[in-house]
Design a protein around this ligand. Structure first.
Ligand SMILES: [Cu+2]
Length: 469
């Protein structure tokens, strides 16, 4: 048997390279990646956040098609971590802890990982409130047919100096999923509302959390990352929206651009003036640097708001101008119009399947539901291996819900304008009052979470499971 050494494994055999902010050097005999706290500076203030630390001083993991994710993951924090390899659908149940009964990686413990990487722009994150404290990192597997161009990863975050527990308390909700005490603190006695409250919030809204800053690779526009690029070349941006409660619009400004993949899945190239990214989604954007060179901001603007973050692509010697962290004009709400224009290059074969209807609701007391139930009260969707399933999401509320299925990449087949050959994804934005249908071939046994990727909607109940037997 031939075992291809991955770059990561090669590095593991070399001396460990600790970097600033790492609690202590990694030990090659114990772990090849670690989860720990680190220090960043936001708006001139120090902040302690989490990180998934690789050996070479980079956050996250970078591999190539054919590699395996084969390493020890050590938890150097003092909290339990429910690890999730988002988009890495070859992680068998048990490798990925985010399922009912999956438990958590305890402080000091090591999980031995070993699964084939799924090519594309994916990521790793805690399936708990700690995701808000930046417990998230890129998990990239470069495609075998990736064009030979410069690549750069951009990870977006919504940042608060408050703890996620405080944020959730301010929203009025209680954590039903991944809190330190598991199901402790779950109290439905005060709810008392069986039906859905269609008047919640009155009108379509977003951004229910007031953040202190929005980060692109840990930095704000006051001090953005500046990436050196060559004039006249193409650059592939692998963008990850790790914002827990924030959808963004990616604005490449004057640069010619096209989307070439969404959620790690190649799509027919699509040009837009701005590209929406719901929570959890990824976008591979190919941009062209003009022959005359210059400095080119890539903005990520919060939906339905003026706040923005971003990075700068700059050719050598280009003059960098100060960038305003407020756009002149408010961005629209993220809706389904971009997805309506996307076409899959690896469409699912035509098949009929069973349909599951999922009504997405919001109730008083910051309670988010699927078919009127919070996770724990819900009835999982039961199917057999190999089944085709269609999930029809009907959003009865006034906030967009980015719906994510674990273990699979579905295909968007209807965004309310009739059947179409839509994109392969693993998170789909279901707009307020909107209806979106996705199709999926369930090829792996297991209990796969199906949930809203707005962290606080998930935490307060908007999650169920697809049980594949
Ligand atoms: Cu939601």
């Amino acid at each position: 048997m031939l075992i291809r050494p991955t770059r990561r494994r090669f590095l593991a055999s070399a001396a460990a390279v600790p970097f600033a902010g790492l609690a202590r050097p990694l030990r090659a005999d114990v772990a090849e990646m670690s989860i720990s706290t680190r220090q960043i500076e936001v708006l001139g203030r120090a902040a302690t956040v989490y990180g998934f630390n690789g050996y070479d001083g980079q956050l996250g993991f970078y591999g190539s098609a054919g590699d395996r994710f084969q390493l020890g993951m050590q938890n150097d924090t003092d909290i339990d971590v429910i690890t999730h390899w988002h988009g890495q659908v070859m992680a068998a149940e048990g490798q990925d802890r985010a399922y009912t009964g999956g438990g958590a990686l305890a402080p000091g413990a090591v999980d031995q990982m070993d699964f084939a990487l799924t090519p594309g722009t994916h990521w790793m994150h805690a399936h708990q409130l700690s995701e808000q404290a930046l417990m998230a990192a890129p998990m990239i597997c470069r495609e075998a047919d990736a064009p030979d161009v410069q690549e750069h990863v951009i990870m977006l975050h919504d940042f608060s100096f408050r703890s996620p527990e405080e944020i959730l308390a301010d929203l009025g909700g209680s954590d039903m999923h991944g809190g330190a005490g598991g199901m402790a603190g779950m109290d439905h006695s005060g709810g008392g509302m069986a039906g859905m409250d269609m008047d919640m919030g009155g009108m379509i809204h977003a951004n229910d959390v007031a953040y202190d800053a929005y980060l692109a690779n840990d930095r704000t526009l006051a001090d953005p990352e500046v990436v050196q690029v060559e004039a006249g070349t193409r650059v592939r941006l692998r963008i990850i929206n790790a914002g827990t409660a924030t959808a963004f619009w990616i604005d490449p400004g004057v640069l010619q651009s096209e989307a070439i993949a969404v959620d790690g899945n190649a799509c027919a190239p699509l040009q837009a003036k701005a590209y929406p990214m719901a929570q959890g989604q990824r976008l591979d954007l190919m941009v062209t640097i003009p022959p005359q060179g210059g400095a080119f901001p890539i903005f990520a603007q919060v939906e339905a708001a003026r706040m923005r973050t971003g990075i700068v692509l700059a050719t050598s010697g280009a003059k960098l101008e100060r960038l305003d962290d407020m756009a002149e004009v408010e961005a629209p709400h993220v809706d389904a119009s971009f997805d309506a224009g996307l076409r899959a290059v690896d469409a699912l074969p035509d098949r009929t399947g069973q349909m599951a209807h999922l009504m997405l609701g919001e109730e008083a007391g910051y309670r988010f539901t699927i078919n009127g139930k919070v996770h724990g009260e819900d009835t999982p969707i039961a199917v057999k291996v190999g089944d085709r399933l269609e999930l029809m999401f009907m959003n009865m509320g006034m906030m967009m819900h980015p719906m994510h299925l674990h273990g699979h990449h579905f295909q968007v087949v209807d965004v309310g304008m009739g059947r179409f050959n839509g994109p392969r994804r693993d998170v789909v934005a279901v707009p307020p009052q909107g209806m979106v249908t996705v199709a999926v071939d369930l090829d792996k046994p297991g209990s796969w979470y199906l949930h809203c990727h707005h962290l606080y909607h998930m935490a307060t109940g908007m999650m169920t499971e697809v049980r594949v037997a």
